[in-house]
Design a protein around this ligand. Structure first.
Ligand code: NAP
Ligand code: MG
Length: 490
């Protein structure tokens, strides 16, 4: 007689088996000096600081802290390399070096991805599939432009490099931001002094090794580590001809003031608070995935995060229910586990900021929802969070949280949502979800935002410009637009 089979149980919870990515192949030194003239050198400051793994609160390495004299050394190295070698080299030769960097990055992609996740806290699936391939793609893309600059700017009699570029980047996409900065600068014939963020210096230092291995002439790229004071020393150094900054609006304003009247060129890529707009005629399940990607990608540490959700009234209850169901299934934990959807918050400081703003949201009358997931006991973690019962005036609707926190509002008409979406000091990005092409064109052309995605979110490509309006900054990175801040055209 056939054995009676057990009935299927759809209600009890099941878990994914752990699928950790190995970190055995990763080579990290115990301490890193400043990368100047293709060598790691002791800082004149004599100071080092620790960089940690935010998922475990364990030390990864000691990192040199550059003071003003160190920055001066780096700028002088960049100037000498510019005058003696890089500005004189045929552009096609320059392009070959940049291609070489791109290829070595691809060869070392696995190590770069693991280090990015260890140092920054982001899920390995993201560093492996987004950060590292996109970073290499930027070098490939700009390498191609190096010997075609006169075609990039048709009608301009002369395209000249600027000189030494001082570049300062944040901690949310450390390697990718370094690529956004370094690749166009080199392609246009400039030399570079770059400062990674204090909490995430490791992939930039690995990139320094790649640059050395690619045999770039010494001094063409210099990487100096440190905190805000090191960044300020770069901005204020008289030998720097162009400043490229990505970071907070607050620091962007300080830099803009410091540069006023100096004649230095600059670009500022600053904060954001994007509207993600769901119309009733959108494909709801796809839109829910887009909302999740928009706000929970990289723990919400994304300048273009879709942190303000606007849902059209007829589908608001449905969207919120589906969103909550989806949030229950998100896996939070070890960034090196391939199943992980949401990794660690980048630093204790950032975790404190998220908690402070969420408390303000609750105190102001917002209704806060978080899924029931458990969090690891060590490290910095925050549950994906959504707020309803908020208004345009709520602080959590107006201020950038830079964490996995979504605020939800509803709307009735196209005009209403455009007005609400634009009622913010920022203007970096936005999202529109609808079945109607005409609505996409109307809304995307009326949103005061540098990038608007339609029926998708967080899509990036090196050929496509990115940047903001209003307090989200000035200038564009990526594409041809990203080359123009690195050249003089008259
Ligand atoms: P941040 O505090 O402004 O820092 C950015 C970088 O500037 C870091 O390397 C920082 O050093 C350095 N810095 C701090 N004070 C400085 C000063 N007075 N002069 C010169 N440099 C200084 O920003 P964050 O907290 O790292 O990053 C988050 C912010 O970046 C968010 O607002 C986000 O929206 C924005 N962001 C924008 C884009 C974009 O493309 N628009 C992309 C990514 C991120 P430390 O290492 O000491 O902090
Ligand atoms: Mg900071």
């Amino acid at each position: 007689m056939a054995k009676k089979s057990k009935p299927l149980d759809f209600h009890s919870k099941w878990r994914y088996a752990p699928a950790p990515e190995s970190s055995d192949h990763v080579e990290l030194k115990t301490s890193y000096g400043l990368f100047i003239n293709n060598e790691f050198t002791e800082p004149l400051s004599g100071k080092y600081f620790e960089t940690i793994n935010p998922a475990r609160e364990t030390k990864l390495a000691d990192i040199a802290e550059a003071n003003q004299a160190d920055v001066d050394r780096a700028v002088k190295a960049a100037r000498k390399a510019y005058d003696d070698v890089w500005s004189k080299m045929p552009a096609s030769e320059r392009g070959k070096y940049i291609y070489r960097i791109a290829r070595i990055m691809q060869e070392r992609a696995r190590e770069l991805a693991v280090i990015e996740s260890m140092n920054g806290g982001k899920p390995i699936r993201e560093s492996r599939d987004v950060d590292v391939p996109l970073a290499a793609a930027h070098f490939f893309y700009y390498a191609g432009w190096a010997d075609k600059l006169e075609y990039a700017f048709p009608g301009k009699p002369e395209v000249r490099s600027i000189g030494v570029a001082g570049q300062i980047i944040p901690w949310n996409f450390p390697l990718l931001m370094a690529a956004w900065k370094i690749a166009p600068a080199l392609a246009a014939g400039n030399t570079v002094v770059l400062k990674p963020a204090e909490t995430t210096p490791l992939t930039a230092l690995k990139l320094a090794e790649i640059i050395r291995d690619a045999d770039l002439p010494p001094g063409v790229v210099n990487i100096v580590t440190g905190a805000g004071a090191t960044g300020a020393a770069i901005v204020n150094h008289p030998g720097v001809d162009k400043v490229a900054f990505t970071g907070s609006t607050e620091v962007g304003k300080i830099i803009q003031k410091a540069l006023a009247g100096t004649g230095k060129k600059y670009t500022l890529e600053l904060g954001g608070k994007a509207a993600n707009i769901i119309f009733a005629d959108a494909t709801i399940d796809q839109a829910v995935e887009g909302i999740v990607n928009g706000i929970f990608f990289n723990q919400g540490h994304v300048c273009c995060a879709g942190s303000r959700l606007f849902v059209q009234e007829p589908v608001a209850d449905l969207v919120i229910r589906k969103l909550k169901d989806r949030m229950e299934t998100l896996i939070i934990g070890d960034p090196l586990d391939k199943n992980t959807d949401i990794g660690a918050i980048n630093s204790k400081e950032q975790l404190g900021k998220i908690k402070r703003l969420v408390k303000i949201g609750i105190d102001e009358g917002g209704t806060c929802y978080q899924p029931s997931c458990s969090l690891p006991s060590k490290g910095f973690w925050y549950r994906p969070t959504l707020f309803t019962d908020v208004t345009q005036a709520s602080r959590i609707v107006q201020e950038e949280i830079f964490g996995p926190v979504l605020s939800i509002q509803t709307f009735r008409t196209v005009e209403e949502v455009i007005e609400k979406a634009n009622n913010i000091p920022y203007g970096l990005s936005g999202g529109v979800w609808t079945d109607k092409g005409s609505k996409i064109f109307k809304v995307s052309s009326k949103l005061r935002a540098g990038v608007v995605w339609a029926n998708t979110y967080n899509k990036f490509d090196p050929t496509s410009p990115f940047g903001g309006y209003k307090e989200s900054g000035m200038g564009r990175e990526g594409g041809l637009h990203g080359l123009s801040p690195y050249v003089n055209l008259n």
